[in-house]
Design a protein around this ligand. Sequence first.
Ligand SMILES: *[C@@H]1O[C@H](CO)[C@@H](O)[C@H](O)[C@H]1NC(C)=O
Ligand SMILES: *[C@@H]1O[C@H](CO)[C@@H](O)[C@H](O)[C@H]1NC(C)=O
Ligand SMILES: *[C@@H]1O[C@H](CO)[C@@H](O)[C@H](O)[C@H]1NC(C)=O
Ligand SMILES: *[C@@H]1O[C@H](CO)[C@@H](O)[C@H](O)[C@H]1NC(C)=O
Ligand SMILES: *[C@@H]1O[C@H](CO)[C@@H](O)[C@H](O)[C@H]1NC(C)=O
Ligand SMILES: *[C@@H]1O[C@H](CO)[C@@H](O)[C@H](O)[C@H]1NC(C)=O
Ligand SMILES: *[C@@H]1O[C@H](CO)[C@@H](O)[C@H](O)[C@H]1NC(C)=O
Ligand SMILES: *[C@@H]1O[C@H](CO)[C@@H](O)[C@H](O)[C@H]1NC(C)=O
Ligand SMILES: *[C@@H]1O[C@H](CO)[C@@H](O)[C@H](O)[C@H]1NC(C)=O
Length: 484
Amino acid sequence: MSTYSCLIILALFTIFTISWRAQAVGVNWGTMASHPLPPPKVVKLLKSNNINKVKLFDTNSDVLQALSGTNIVVTVGIPNTMLRSLNSSKKAAGSWVHDNVTRYFSNGGAGVRIEYVAVGDEPFLQSYGEQFHPYVIGAAANIQSALARAKLDSNVKVVVPCSFDSFQSESSLPSKAHFRPDLNKTMIELLTFLNKHGSPFFVTLSPYVTLLQNKNISLDFSLFKETARPHNDSHRTYKNSFELCFDTVVTALSTAGFPDMDVIVANIGWPTDGGANATSYLAETFMKGLMNHLHSNLGTPLRPKHPPLETYILSLLDEDQRNIASGNFERHWGLFTFDGQAKYHVDLGQGSKSLVNAQNVEYLSSRWCVVNNNKDLSNATASALEACSNADCTALSAGGSCFNITWPSNISYAFNSYYQQHDQQAESCDFGGLGLITTVDPSMDHCRFPIELRTSGSESYTIYNFYWITFLVATLLAFLRDFA
Ligand SMILES: *[C@@H]1O[C@H](CO)[C@@H](O)[C@H](O)[C@H]1NC(C)=O
Ligand SMILES: *[C@@H]1O[C@H](CO)[C@@H](O)[C@H](O)[C@H]1NC(C)=O
Ligand SMILES: *[C@@H]1O[C@H](CO)[C@@H](O)[C@H](O)[C@H]1NC(C)=O
Ligand SMILES: *[C@@H]1O[C@H](CO)[C@@H](O)[C@H](O)[C@H]1NC(C)=O
Ligand SMILES: *[C@@H]1O[C@H](CO)[C@@H](O)[C@H](O)[C@H]1NC(C)=O
Ligand SMILES: *[C@@H]1O[C@H](CO)[C@@H](O)[C@H](O)[C@H]1NC(C)=O
Ligand SMILES: *[C@@H]1O[C@H](CO)[C@@H](O)[C@H](O)[C@H]1NC(C)=O
Ligand SMILES: *[C@@H]1O[C@H](CO)[C@@H](O)[C@H](O)[C@H]1NC(C)=O
Ligand SMILES: *[C@@H]1O[C@H](CO)[C@@H](O)[C@H](O)[C@H]1NC(C)=O
């Protein structure tokens, strides 16, 4: 072979590897935040970090608008609450596709590059019971035929994200895995549907929750440490929790009769607050281990050389209103804090080892709400608990970054969170006279008292708009009166 052809092959190989790496890792972009970072800033954040795949949980129009014309490949989501109506009405499915896919879709150019529609958000999560089971396949089928009618079905695939608790296995051995018995029938229907339309299987893997729930799994094993004690499954050796979780899915698919189904990891991450071992340092170790594993292209014992088709990190940003039914860590999955600042650095395949922060972020004023130490604080704890039922106090929980701050600083933390979530309105720092607004940052070493983001709905904007509308109406009325 000539040097030239060698070079060409090398060049092609390099291009292929680079594009494979760039394609394979995406992020989840959720918007369950009281003060979300404005979508155009999030899109800039994605671009400056070369992240070119995102998975959404809904079809927020500001988000889709911001993604238009960017070449970022998008998965849009249908909330579980819509499954019932989408199962029973082909017309509803047609409208959904028209309003939320056709209107934005493009294959490059001005629109949004929509690749998947995720029907439901982990509708089989065990804590939901069976409430969504009867509607999932019908809703997926109706969306599929609506896409076909819109002639989009060759570009847009229908998928159903499955939770990590859809599986069971004896002694956590992957070779003994199967779907949860209550899901057996629905899963066969789902897999038959996916297989028929050439759609992949979307699944959440959660080494973090596995660590919390399974005493046999060590932290080192979860973090891809070379020194971790491996788990043996007859003649197969598992060196980390990721491989164990992935092959659990592979066996369940095989047992159900679909051994060749492509798997996409729809959610995987490590939280940084609100739980045991939820720290930025451990999250960084996990992410680096995960990225090395994915980039090595080794696959797993049951699928050697076949790593997941794609992997979506949970999550891009922290969200202070995510449901915390499964744990206080749920609000702290972000690679970035709520305001788009990197918590640590990792090479997502973007060709750079460090992440780039969001730029020109606008905050509310430098004001905090704390407890007034000159008052009788005997009832302050009750006020704080009430504040916490609305605000975000997850950092105060066991394992959280503010867990060890002393009373009454923890009361101040709760008051401040409530005050920030209410756009620093003076009356939201009242607490029966116990609250005090301060311009001195009460943050401590490890415990940050955040200031929320300025959003179009917050603070002076609302008042400003209100005054303008009043002014315009008054002017118009005056004009009409003069005219008459
Ligand atoms: C789902 O939709 C189909 C078709 O309209 C209907 O026959 C079925 O009863 C629906 N399922 C449930 C559980 O309502
Ligand atoms: C489009 O999606 C949004 C958000 O998910 C939803 O509120 C709306 O009802 C959908 N449109 C239709 C016609 O279903
Ligand atoms: C833990 O390991 C032991 C011995 O290997 C096994 O018998 C047990 O079932 C395992 N427990 C879980 C929850 O996996
Ligand atoms: C697992 O298997 C490896 C090699 O097959 C062996 O060296 C090791 O002792 C086994 N570990 C356990 C805990 O059985
Ligand atoms: C259904 O559940 C049983 C356990 O109850 C399991 O043994 C079987 O393999 C499951 N079937 C499928 C197709 O997953
Ligand atoms: C992980 O969490 C456990 C349980 O809270 C704790 O004992 C251990 O010290 C933690 N390890 C690290 C490295 O944070
Ligand atoms: C604390 O609450 C109780 C019951 O609501 C009330 O009677 C008492 O006066 C309060 N104490 C202070 C110091 O506000
Ligand atoms: C709280 O814990 C952190 C380590 O997690 C430590 O650095 C800090 O000094 C502790 N603060 C107090 C007040 O004990
Ligand atoms: C603050 O700390 C005190 C004393 O440790 C505790 O009783 C109280 O429940 C804490 N309040 C909150 C909101 O965490």
